[in-house]
Every structure is written in structure tokens, then in C-alpha cells.
Design a protein around this ligand. Structure first.
Ligand SMILES: [Zn+2]
Length: 186
């Protein structure tokens, strides 16, 4: 009997355990689709500010057929939850709706560049693609501060597209923080 290296048996078991399909379906969204979904995410960001007085970041997760699986906005303050970023809220709802923690073949649209926590959650969930609006020079993990999703050591790659309606998303955030500091909106 041949000895099988432990690392190999572990890798095989992990692959079988997660039950990933051999071929992942990749979404074929056009640029117009991206704009449309980002407008939807921006509307969610507006609700974050208007309904919950939260930082205006919105996210929507869609499948390869363009069906909404989950959506949400920042809920950190309302839920006393440091993990309740818009991306996490949208993925959590999608996971509950699908009854699956793997969100294979999906695209996440979010108005602000994801942080490290959200980027890693996307890797864990096997999200196929992330499209974001404004870059985040303070905590962005899709190229601005960290470049987590481009790291070849992950066992799953998330395709990244930034800067979709980024000016509008950025303006909304700037106005929110300006208003919080008591300065008039422009
Ligand atoms: Zn985040």
C-alpha cells in the first residue's frame, strides 16, 4: 500500500466536502448591466442614510441570470455589529435565501470598495465577481490599501471591477461625513 501524503489527502477531502461544481458559472454582465445594478446599490446606500442614519454604502448580490439573491446596506450602528457592512448583509441574506453558504457564480455590486473583512467573505462564499463604485483610500482591500483579491494564494479568485459610478458614490459619502461634522451640504 502506498503512503499518501497528509497534505494531499487533506486537500482532496476539502474539495469533496465543499461540493463545488467542477465548472463554475460565470456571469456575463454587460457594462449597461453593471451601471444598472450600481444604480440599484446607490439607491440602497441612500436608504442607509435616510432610514438608519448609517454611512451610505449599499450592496446587492445577483446571480448569473440577473436575479437578486440578497441586498442591504450598512447596519453597524443599528445592530451594534462591527461585521454588518453592506456586503456582509447582502451575502448573509443571499445565503439564507439559498440555504447555502457558497454563492457560486454570483456578482456583488457595492458602492464602496470592499474592506479586508468583506473581501475575504467573498472568497469564502466563492463570489465570482465584485463591482464597486468609489475607491476607499483608508481601508479598501481591492487595490487601494490592500490587494487581497489579486493574491494568487487564495483557492478561489474573485474578478474585480472598480470605478462604476464611483463619483456619485463618493459624493454621497463625502456629503454624509460633511453633514456629520455640521457643515452644510453642497
Ligand atoms: Zn467591509
Amino acid at each position: 500500500m502506498r503512503a499518501v501524503p497528509v497534505a494531499l489527502t487533506l486537500a482532496a477531502r476539502i474539495d469533496h466536502d465543499v461540493g463545488l461544481p467542477l465548472i463554475e458559472s460565470h456571469p456575463m454582465a454587460t457594462h449597461d448591466d453593471d451601471i444598472r445594478w450600481m444604480q440599484h446599490a446607490l439607491a440602497l446606500a441612500e436608504r442607509a442614510e435616510r432610514e438608519d442614519d448609517e454611512i451610505p454604502v449599499g450592496a446587492v448580490l445577483v446571480d448569473a441570470d440577473g436575479q437578486v439573491l440578497g441586498e442591504g446596506w450598512n447596519r453597524n450602528l443599528a445592530e451594534h455589529d462591527p461585521s454588518a457592512h453592506a456586503e456582509i448583509v447582502a451575502m448573509r441574506r443571499a445565503g439564507q435565501a439559498l440555504g447555502n453558504h457558497r454563492l457560486v457564480g454570483t456578482t456583488l455590486y457595492v458602492t464602496l470598495e470592499p474592506c479586508a473583512m468583506c473581501a475575504m467573505a467573498m472568497v469564502h462564499a466563492r463570489v465570482a465577481r465584485v463591482v464597486y463604485g468609489a475607491t476607499d483610500p483608508k481601508t479598501g482591500a481591492c487595490g487601494s490599501v490592500f490587494d487581497l483579491l489579486a493574491d494568487p494564494r487564495h483557492n478561489h479568485r474573485v474578478e474585480v471591477q472598480g470605478g462604476i459610478l464611483g463619483d456619485e458614490a463618493g459624493r454621497r459619502l463625502t456629503n454624509y461625513f460633511r453633514a456629520k461634522r455640521g457643515r452644510p451640504l453642497r
